[in-house]
Design a protein around this ligand. Structure first.
Ligand SMILES: C[S@@+](CC[C@H](N)C(=O)[O-])C[C@H]1O[C@@H](n2cnc3c(N)ncnc32)[C@H](O)[C@@H]1O
Length: 378
């Protein structure tokens, strides 16, 4: 059946929910008829204007002293972010399973049950105040939307995990989740907006989910959430740029690693090593999934002079940082780490605030890279 669909609800045409990229704006007069349009073509003028804005906002760089502070204290800036935004409301993230069915392989039928309305909710973005942390509200929620549960346990710090691991000297049978047969690690998990939907959706008894973040505030919010179940999940503090700290699982042990808007938060010259280390944790045949900011996304164009750290890397008003990728850059990062491309797509969306009659051009990149079956490390 031909599922191409010009401007309507793909669910209505094909009888099931489609992955992103199926609602096209062919008649500009209809722009405010929906919350978002997929695969928006940029005109040459629009692309040139985006390039001009980036050149302009990159001319003045943050001084070296401040740059060092943002790097050394990066986790503290994120801790502050989570202290301020911890009580955001929950955003439905079931799009995860449509885009990344690898997160719930035995539950793939679920995607057919989801309504198109959910899809609109996910991508309804609004700008925060000018003096705020230059994240859109949805982006803030992405980082802060899980409500607090009972606070009973202190967070597992990187030190405590490392100490335990030192004693265990991770071996095949002795690590958290060692008896599971399907293991997922989310890196830069924030307050669990991806982890909890995975645990709720994927009921496979052999599933174990690890999640880490270098913000102890975020990890504490995960661990104290009422949905946190230590028999199925292990949340720990970990800096993915810290080469001296081990992960709490052996190499070649993970089926899936997921990075959602986290690689962009680290300094570009540390990205390759971080991906190399993660790649070693994957089983042969395991897959790395990423969704992150693309070059010339609205958020990049909105930065003002004086917020640029290096090419395409910026600091927000709250001290958190963000990089804007091209598809090629991500391809190089993953293939250099020994992974093979399964998917590398750019998601150009036009989001619409119908109430305020505003249009927002978003650019995200989605990647899936697999560890070749024949390869193993460790
Ligand atoms: C934009 S938020 C995304 C959070 C989460 N992935 C989500 O989608 O809700 C970026 C996250 O990356 C974390 N992060 C940034 N740099 C990190 C690093 N070097 N190691 C581990 N986590 C990091 C931040 O603390 C923050 O939680």
């Amino acid at each position: 059946m031909d599922c191409s669909f010009p401007e309507g609800d793909p669910a209505a045409v094909c009888g099931k929910r489609q992955q992103f990229g199926s609602r096209f704006l062919s008649d500009p007069a209809r722009v405010f008829h929906h919350n978002a349009w997929d695969n928006v073509e940029w005109s040459e003028e629009q692309a040139a204007e985006a390039e001009r804005k980036v050149q302009e906002n990159s001319t003045q760089r943050v001084c070296q002293e401040k740059q060092a502070d943002y790097e050394i204290n990066a986790n503290k800036y994120w801790n502050n972010f989570y202290k301020i935004h911890e009580n955001g409301f929950f955003k439905d993230r079931h799009w995860l399973f449509t885009e990344f069915p690898e997160l719930a392989p035995s539950q793939n039928h679920l995607k057919n049950l989801l309504s198109e309305n959910k899809r609109s909710e996910v991508y309804e973005y609004y700008r925060s105040g000018e003096d705020g942390p230059d994240l859109t509200i949805e982006e803030q929620h992405r980082c802060s939307s899980v409500s607090l549960g009972d606070k009973t346990q202190p967070p597992l710090t990187e030190e405590s995990v490392t100490q335990k691991l030192h004693h265990l000297e991770i071996c095949a049978n002795e690590f958290p989740g060692s008896s599971a047969t399907y293991r997922i690690l989310e890196v830069g998990c924030g307050v669990g907006n991806t982890v909890f939907p995975i645990l709720q959706t994927n009921n496979d008894p052999s599933l174990f989910v690890y999640c880490c973040d270098f913000s102890s505030t975020a990890v504490e919010l995960v661990q104290t959430n009422s949905a946190y179940d230590p028999s199925r999940c292990f949340a720990f503090v970990h800096d993915l740029c810290d080469e001296d700290k081990s992960y709490p699982m052996p190499e070649n042990s993970l089926d899936v690693i997921i990075l959602i808007f986290v690689l962009s938060a680290i300094v570009p010259d540390k990205m390759q090593n971080a991906i190399n280390r993660l790649s070693r944790l994957l089983k042969p045949g395991g897959i790395m999934l990423l969704r992150d900011y693309g070059r010339y996304d609205m958020a990049q164009l909105r930065f003002k002079k004086g917020q640029c750290l290096s090419e395409n890397f910026y600091v927000r008003g709250d001290g958190t940082r963000v990089y804007f990728f091209t598809q090629d850059e991500l391809d190089t990062l993953f293939t250099t780490a020994g992974l093979e491309k399964v998917q590398n797509l750019v998601d150009r969306r036009l989001q619409v605030n119908r109430g305020k009659q505003l249009t927002m051009y978003r650019v995200w990149i989605q990647c899936k890279y697999r560890k070749p079956l024949g390869s193993s490390t460790g």
